[in-house]
Design a binder for this molecule. Sequence first.
Ligand code: FAD
Length: 277
Amino acid sequence: MNKPHISFEFFPPQTPEGAEKLTAARKRLAALKPEFFSVTFGAGGSTQDRTLDTIRHIHAEGYQAAPHLSCVGSTRDNIGALLHTYKDLGIKRIVALRGDLPSGMASIGEFQYANELVSYIRAETGEHFHIEVAAYPEFHPQANSARDDLLNFKRKVDAGADSAITQYFYNADAYFRFVEEIRKLGVTIPVVPGIMPIVRYSQLARFSDTCGAEIPRWMRKTMESYGDDVESVQAFGCDVVTRMCEKLIAGGAPGLHFYTLNQANASLQILERLGYR
Ligand code: FAD
């Protein structure tokens, strides 16, 4: 089977122990020669320093590091300063997002939507960065309509995005359909599926309810029936997600981006089954 490029996403650890564990996980994942490791950014700048620290570590280890940058609740000056810090460090790729305003934060800041951030990055730093944006095969939960969401996605591409990573999903047809629809709108950039391995059902169900990624009923029911039997949930998850990845690769997905939650095992198991060594 053809093997598209892979990438892995981390969140910035909060403690020195967390950072050590992440370094160990990264070492194992690095053996598969990913194209890049990305690091999330808490909206409103809540993880700004930790994201930057983690990016520095990854970059110093010799891997391609891609910081996420979310603009909601922020100012042009703040985002501009961070962009120049990353550029001076030698970072070449950015994942540009709107983010979600943390509860209690009153001001939306100087950017309302991610397309404005993409335009700003291009205006400030020209073609220096490869810009990734987010895509939603099952549509963003706040979108007025499916059509509007597709058109809003196109705005980010027109503003200068080079490629996209999707929200996770467990229904490959939603991804194929999304790609078909944006191609009809004239969007040609690669759209890489975001893959969420299944580690714990309760955590996944909570995430999915917030971000609008659907866990199909047959999957929910099966995982619920395993109760506290975490091994069975993980074995089931590994099977289902591996099969979906096979389908995505066979259907022409240009890459696979893994939401690792800072753990190597679940992603590695899937990738080994797909023939990555
Ligand atoms: P946008 O593209 O701005 O879209 C947000 C909503 O507004 C959509 O409903 C869209 O249809 C609508 N919209 C967009 N543009 C316009 C417009 N011009 N006019 C009217 N409506 C518009 N969050 C974080 O906080 N930190 C992270 O590190 C992070 N990483 C992520 C990585 C990936 C790959 C993905 C898929 C998501 C990530 N998120 C992260 C979550 C993301 O920030 C949220 O989903 C957020 O709600 C939307 O961000 P966006 O960049 O997709 O926003």
